[in-house]
Each structure stands twice: as C-alpha cells, then as structure tokens.
Ligand binder design. Structure first.
Ligand code: 8YV
Length: 327
C-alpha cells in the first residue's frame, strides 16, 4: 500500500509542507502555474492544495481519478464545481472563520476611506497642500449613519461589531432570516437598501446572489449612499453600478472585488472619481494568510490521513473520500 500523492499547486515553502510530507508524497508544482501543468500533474493525486481563484470544473476532476480531497485556500468556493467534486467522491475543503476579522477590518477601512475622503486627502497632503491649493470637500461622520449589511454570516457579523463601535446603526438582510446580534435590526432586502447610508455586501456568490444588486436595487438606495463590496464582484451588476455612479444615482463605491479580476484595461469603473478599487486584498495580512494556509494544510492532511477535516463544504462526499483512504 503506497503513500498518497499530495499535489501542492500553491507557492508554499518546503518547510511549511513538512507536516504534509509526514503523511504523503509531496509534489510541488512550479510557480507561477499554468492550467496544462496543473492538469498534467493529477493522474495519481489523492490530494490537491490550491488557491480558490482557479476555476475547477469537470475537466479538473476527470483528470484526477484518485482525488479524495481538494483543499482550497480561501473561504469562497464559487469557482469550484462542488457537484462534480461530490460525484467524483472528492471532499472540497475551505478556510472559513480565520479571515473574517481581516476582511471586516478592511471593509471598515474602505467605509472610512469613502466617508473621510482619505485617498483625496492623502494625495492632497503630499502634492497640493504645499502649493496652498484649496483642500478636498468635507467628508461625513459615521456616527449616527446606517450601515446596511447584506449577508450576516461570520464576516457580516464582524463588520457589524466594528461599525457599532463607530456609532453606526446596523440594519441587515440575510436569506436565513435574523442572524445577527440583538442590537442589529433584521429587515427585508429592499428596506435595508432604502435605509442604508453605507451598503456593505457579505454574501457568498451562488446562483441566488448572482447580480443580487442590480439597477432596481440601486434605484432604491439614497442618492447620498455608498456601496462597499468585499464579497464577490458578480454579486453586483457592474454595468448598472457604473451607470448609477455616473448619473449621481449613487454617491460612491469601494470595491475590493470585480466581475473580472484583474479588470480589463479600459474597465469604466477604474476611471470614475467616486470609486475606490482595491485588488481583492481584504484578507491580505501576514497573520490571516498564514492562518488560511495552516487551515488549508490541515484540511488536506486530515482527509489523506483518513480523518474528518476541520472545514468541508460537501460533507456528503466525506464517507467515500475517507473510505478510499489507503486504497
Ligand atoms: C481571496 C477570498 O480569495 O477567501 C476568499 O474567498 O476571497 C480571499 O481570501 C484570497 O486571495 C485567497 O485566494
């Protein structure tokens, strides 16, 4: 009975893979990685560790007939065909929880950047201040404003907690119904849209949240409101958002995620003065990225060693994935 092969399709240091090497033969793929190399490495793989940015579909799973665990680095798994994985007896694992605080911090940073015109003020401070030019327009206080949250999961709740400390009132919508702290107010989506001074999105991307915020929803919002998106770009109808921002239907937006990442050259959002765009960086801290890696590694090791992993998105695949252990 041979040792399982674990493919590491991720730029991990050899030392960090020692715990994997204790249970499997480690195959590190060259970085940067291309799709052909990835597919070509899978024939005997029982485990794969890979970033959640790769679109992994039937082609991937058919190329990996022995695969038992797909350990995805990231909490969102919208790019993975989980149904195909389950059909192939593959446990799909992700990294929930460990990034919630970092994403919430970043979200508050974006809200503050919009409200206090941090980017304009920072640019002004270095360039025009010395020239005695007139300063940027005034910002607005967070205290007393309403934060509308769509999606009150782990990240939404962390954002709400921080916003309360800034004196904001939180109203939220969640498809599961009231899910927040008692001091936060649950309401239907349209009501949250109408009430929000800041609307922040924290849903996962699935067929029911695809373009959840479109022209109709944006039209319900206050003209003075701003939109913050650190979830997935496709939760917002981007063309409708551009139109709302251009026409003054919406005051501003801060987007850490876009429908296409990186964006195409000439993407209209990038030229709008009332938009902040960051490069999908909300979880990008040393501590959080480390914790994500360690959880992804533990998910991989667990299934390869025949144990239930800490975080699995298709538990129905587990009995088969674990039974094939050591086969
Ligand atoms: C990034 C995220 O994907 O975890 C997620 O779902 O969106 C982020 O943490 C990160 O770059 C991992 O690839």
């Amino acid at each position: 009975m041979g040792r399982p092969v674990a493919v590491i399709a991720f730029p991990a240091a050899e030392r960090d893979l020692e715990p994997v090497a204790a249970v499997a033969d480690v195959r590190r793929l060259p970085w940067p990685l291309d799709w052909e190399t990835l597919l070509g490495s899978l024939a005997d793989a029982e485990g794969v560790l890979i970033s959640n940015q790769w679109r992994l579909d039937e082609r991937f799973f058919s190329a990996a007939p022995r695969l038992r665990v797909l350990s995805s680095y990231g909490v969102g798994y919208d790019a993975i065909d989980v149904e195909a994985a389950t059909r192939h007896g593959v446990a799909v694992c992700n990294t929930p929880g460990v990034l919630s605080g970092a994403v919430a911090d970043f979200t508050l940073g974006l809200i503050l950047a919009l409200a206090r015109r941090l980017l304009e003020n920072a640019a002004f401070g270095k360039r025009e201040w010395a020239e005695r030019a007139p300063p940027p327009p005034l910002g607005w206080d967070l205290a007393g404003k309403t934060l509308g949250i769509v999606g009150m999961g782990r990240i939404g709740r962390e954002v709400a907690r921080r916003a309360r400390a800034f004196g904001m009132r939180v109203r939220y919508y969640d498809v599961r119904g009231p899910a927040g702290e008692p001091e936060d107010e649950f309401a239907e989506l349209d009501e949250v849209l109408r009430a929000a001074d800041v609307l922040s999105l924290h849903v996962d991307l699935n067929p029911t949240t695809h373009r959840l915020i479109g022209a109709r929803e944006l039209a319900l919002m206050k003209r003075t409101a701003v939109l913050v998106n650190t979830s997935r770009g496709a939760v917002v109808d981007q063309a409708a958002l551009v139109e709302a921002l251009r026409s003054g239907r919406l005051a501003g937006a801060a987007l850490d995620v876009l429908e296409q990442e990186p964006p195409a050259r000439g993407e209209p959002l990038l030229d709008l003065p009332n938009v902040i765009v960051t490069p999908h960086a909300a979880s990008a801290t040393v501590e959080t990225r480390r914790a994500m890696f360690e959880l992804a590694r533990e998910n991989l090791i667990s299934v390869l060693a025949g144990r239930e992993p800490p975080a699995c998105v298709n538990p129905e695949a587990l009995p088969r994935a674990l039974r094939r252990s050591g086969s």
